[in-house]
Design a protein around this ligand. Structure first.
Ligand code: ADP
Ligand code: LRH
Length: 489
């Protein structure tokens, strides 16, 4: 079976041509394109958008290229979560989707929490508090009166491809408008906070066929009327399908890209007070699983640092700055990488320096020192999150699987093993595309009965790299105490 996986990350999008058969699983990149925010000025300021039409055009180019390389049997789309387009009653897009890092949601969550207690919100949705949850973004819209339907990004693209509207459950679960227990829209909550329930389209399960390519579109692109499959359309849902864990293993995962999504796979949501206090989330996964995790700020801080140096006229190449970072003594300076100051776009090196100065540490100066600080700090956040996940669920963690672009960062993988004190198994880089392709293949008839079968096929066809912890536990414990007085070294 030949399947196109469209995987849209916040920093890049790619179309991969996948091949699945008995004992066969491969994905090959046929088209990659940049993604990121586009800031547009208007009276009273500016808004950070996504270039959704550009992404759609790139998607079409990529799917055509994949088909040219070998006739396709289907396609599926996953993307970053929470963001959406609004359609009017005729199905036309109302405005360009806004990027979740835009400042429009400032103060919105606080206002909502005045009328709906955090405990209650968590009880219904199981979701972590992030300022950009879809619920808060919808409340930040100026006017919803013309809007008939809200479609999350992959669902919007699926609509343009097939004419069928809906909301795939794994991504719907990131909106904070979805009931984590009943697996239906949280209509009462939506009404209570002032979001019209008409915006919430019919839900669909991952692994079902959305529809087929619209005949005119297929003809224009010289493609057959291919089935479009709803995969785990949240990229993290697809990436976690692509975590090649052994059956029965006590594993945590880190889906490592723009964000680092760090947590455990559960059968049921964990909705206790301690999970709420630790701001863990319960996102819906493929086959009814729950992703119990926290968003760690991720390689975003590194990529924004590179962007800043480039804008300042002193560009730094990733491989060389990583080599310089490897020479900097471990844990010279660390910051709380999850602090809100690192969320919006901007001058990360200055923010890092300031955070180090504020905590009385030696201030990193060179790009190598700053990048080392970011990587040590990420590893420290992974340590904290893996331990918390284990404590909150009572489940031991014997191995940490790292998937996504961060697998290529060997220094970070080693630091992760050191910080967490357990082995890291790194790979595949393209876990999200693999998860996407596997769920499509099953929907179209492949014999892949469950996640275990999908993961076994990944293990059989992909090399993983193992990193052993270097045994410097005391150093990591001291560093953890440096950024969090509640942690005793
Ligand atoms: P997303 O899906 O969120 O766009 P990816 O999973 O593609 O993110 O990961 C992108 C990140 O992977 C980059 O920000 C970069 O830090 C890291 N990365 C990519 N290639 C390399 C490389 N050759 N060496 C080290 N890190 C890399
Ligand atoms: C990762 C991701 C993550 C969300 C964020 C908005 O790409 O989907 O799971 O929290 O983007």
């Amino acid at each position: 079976m030949r399947l196109a996986a469209v995987d849209l990350g916040a920093s890049s999008g790619r179309v991969m041509a996948g091949t699945v058969g008995p004992g066969v699983l491969s994905v090959q990149e046929v088209h990659r394109f940049a993604n990121g925010g586009v800031r547009v000025a208007h009276a009273g300021g500016s808004t950070l958008h996504w270039d959704i039409l550009g992404l759609y055009r790139e998607l079409l180019t990529g799917v055509q290229a994949a088909h040219k390389a070998g006739a396709l049997d289907g396609l599926g789309i996953d993307s970053w979560a929470v963001d959406y387009g609004l359609l009017d009653a005729s199905g036309a897009l109302l405005g360009n989707p806004v990027n979740y890092r835009d400042a429009r949601t400032e103060g919105v969550a606080e206002r909502v929490l005045e009328s709906v207690p955090a405990r209650e919100l968590f009880d219904v949705t199981g979701l972590q508090q992030l300022p950009f949850n879809t619920l808060y973004q919808l409340l930040a819209e100026r006017d919803l009166s013309a809007a008939e339907t809200m479609l999350l990004i992959p669902d919007l693209l699926n609509y343009w491809l097939t004419g069928v509207r809906g909301a795939e459950r794994t991504n719907a679960s990131t909106t904070q408008l979805y009931d984590v227990r009943s697996r239906e829209w949280a209509v009462d909550l939506a009404t209570r906070v002032g979001i019209p329930p008409r915006l919430l389209p019919p839900l669909r399960d991952p692994g079902t066929v959305v529809g087929t390519l619209l005949p005119d579109l297929a003809a224009e692109l010289a493609l057959p009327e291919l089935p479009v499959v709803a995969v785990g359309s949240h990229d993290t849902a697809s990436a976690v399908v692509g975590v090649p864990a052994e059956p029965g293993a006590n594993f945590a995962y880190i889906s490592s890209g723009t964000w680092s999504l760090v947590g455990l796979e559960l059968d049921e949501p964990e909705l206790g007070d301690a999970a709420l206090a630790a701001n863990f989330t319960n996102e819906g996964g493929v086959d009814g699983t729950i992703r119990f995790l926290r968003n760690v700020m991720g390689l975003w801080v590194l990529s924004e640092s590179l962007r800043t140096w480039e804008a300042q006229g002193t560009p730094v190449a990733l491989p060389s700055v990583l080599a310089q970072a490897a020479e900097v003594p471990a844990l010279s300076a660390v910051v709380d990488i999850d602090a809100p100051v690192f969320l919006p776009p901007g001058d990360m090196p200055s923010r890092i320096r300031q955070a180090c100065a504020e905590t009385g540490q030696r201030v990193p100066e060179t790009p190598g020192e700053i990048v080392r600080c970011v990587l040590d700090s990420l590893a420290l956040a992974y340590r904290r999150t893996v331990r918390q996940a284990s404590e909150l669920t009572g489940r031991p963690v014997d191995v940490v699987h790292v998937v996504g672009g961060g697998v290529r960062n060997e220094l970070l993988c080693q630091l992760t093993a050191d910080a967490c004190g357990v082995p890291v198994l790194a790979g595949p880089v393209e876990a999200a595309a693999l998860g996407n392709v596997l769920v499509q293949a099953r929907a179209l008839g492949a014999d892949l009965p469950d996640l275990a079968a999908m993961r076994a096929l990944i293990r059989d066809t992909h090399e993983l790299r193992r990193y052993e912890p270097s045994g410097r536990e005391a150093d990591w414990a001291l560093a953890a105490a440096r950024i969090d007085p509640k942690v005793v070294a």
